[in-house]
Design a binder for this molecule. Structure first.
Ligand code: ZN
Length: 159
């Protein structure tokens, strides 16, 4: 795909191949269709150990990512399951999101940072356009990530 590097940056995905980008008329949103690079495929969603494929899981799945201007954006990809010797049958790891999250890491971290600067209501309703119920599963992970980022900043290791 032409301009794949630009689309990876705009969609906030690393270690992924952008297959195509389209506009979903029903959701009025941009959807980037991606798949993990070979080195990131076939890994346990919990421990990221390389595992054998179990099945196709529930098929294609979408993750909310950062808006592109005023337009919401999503990442869409296959979500196969793998069989991990330690964790059993789980959805495979994807490099752009934490296991079980419905949002990308970039989205989670942005929301977490906003939550430290604004009221939660402002973040949830104004910046993200999400209800409190929609965001609840990702918020804890995002806040944990932001704490890690603050520690890194305090130690001067972040550039
Ligand atoms: Zn595992």
């Amino acid at each position: 795909m032409r301009n794949a590097r630009v689309w990876r940056a705009l969609l906030g995905v690393d270690e992924a191949v952008v297959e195509k980008v389209e506009f979903d008329e029903d959701r009025r949103a941009v959807v980037g269709h991606v798949h993990p690079v070979r080195a990131a495929r076939g890994r346990c969603g919990v421990c990221q150990r390389r595992c054998g494929r179990y099945d196709a899981g529930e098929g294609r799945r979408r993750w909310r990512t950062l808006d592109l201007g005023s337009v919401p954006a999503y990442i869409e990809a296959d979500a196969p399951r793998v069989c991990c010797p330690e964790h059993g049958v789980v959805v495979a790891h994807v490099p752009w999101a934490r296991h079980g999250a419905g949002h990308t890491i970039a989205f989670d971290e942005t929301v977490a940072w906003l939550a430290t600067q604004c009221s939660k209501t402002a973040v949830l309703r104004t910046f993200c356009g999400l209800s409190q119920d929609q965001l609840r599963p990702g918020t804890r992970r995002a806040v944990d990530s932001t704490r890690a980022l603050h520690v890194t900043l305090a130690c001067g290791k972040y550039t």
